[in-house]
Every structure is written in structure tokens, then in C-alpha cells.
Write a protein that binds this ligand. Sequence first.
Ligand SMILES: [Zn+2]
Length: 195
Amino acid sequence: MSQRKRKPGRGKRPRQRAARGKKTVAAIPPRPGMVRVRRSRVHGRGVFALRRIRKGTRIIEYLGDRVSHRQADLRYEHKPISDNHTFLFIVDRSVVIDGGANGNEARFINHSCDPNCESLIDDGRVFIEAVRTIRPGEEITYDYQIGRDRADPSNVDEIFACRCGAQRCRGSMLWPPRRRAPAPRRAPRRAGKNT
Ligand SMILES: [Zn+2]
């Protein structure tokens, strides 16, 4: 699996969710036998349930080096613009988790537009949590919600095309789904010129 194309602002984005009344998050104890990495039909490798996983279960933490956005850019600036893999996960405006360095199995979890998990931030850490009951053998997925930014190439939705196969597949890993037409640049209006 080659990976990690990134530009400023680019990276997987978790759903923001406040910690439920807790100030600190206990580390997830190792859960051997819950998931494993193997080839995926969706994309390269994927992570699969080895047993039934109940809705609400925190399956895995997204681990990796915690770096600044600037450091993340520097790490992957050599990646071609057409490379649609990313191991980068945006925590907030100052921190990105680079799953490509000191990461764990979570970096192999694929995107889906109709996922069985969601990513969430709790106390500055990223967790993958089941949003419904997952059957043994099912691939673990969440919505990457890769952000758009002004420097995107015009074919960014092709580069990040989604082939998750879901009925509601939006065809792109980016969020929001469609690029809005760029606002036409206008000279500032002058008083009196415009009626
Ligand atoms: Zn899709």
C-alpha cells in the first residue's frame, strides 16, 4: 500500500464529539481477536471483524506520531498530487496524527460512504467506534470526510474517488460531497455604482 498524499488541510477528519463527561480517556485495553488486517476488495488492505462487535464499541485508537500541520506537509510534500492515500488524521488546528509513523492497524481501515464505524475525537485522541453491530468477517469502515481546500486540483474528486459499493455511495471520499463552484472574484463594490 503506497499512501499519504497531503496538502495543507488535507487528511481524514473525525466527527467531533465531546468526551462524555470525562476529562481523561482511559487507554483502550488490547483486544486480541477483535479485528485483523487482510486484503480488502475495497482498497489494498483493510481491517476486518473477527467476531461480532456491538454498536458503541470502541474498536481501536488511531495511533501515530502527533505532528503539526506544517510537519505533516513537510513529511509528505514529495508525494504526487494523484496519490489518494493518506495516513494523516486531523485532530484539530494544531495537531495531525501520522498513522504512517508509529501507527497501528487503524491506518488500514478503509473509507465507506455507508460505514459501520465512525471516528471521533476524545481528549485529543482519535477512536474508531462501531455505529452499528458488526458481523464477524465484515470489513471495518468509517467515513474519511477528507476536507476540501482551495489548492485542490480540479479533478480532486476523481483522485479521491470512492468505490465502496454502498448504495448511497457519494462517489468521493471528500466532504462536503460536491465542490461548490468557486465564487467569482469581484472587485469590491463602490458606493453608488450598484443599484
Ligand atoms: Zn463510497
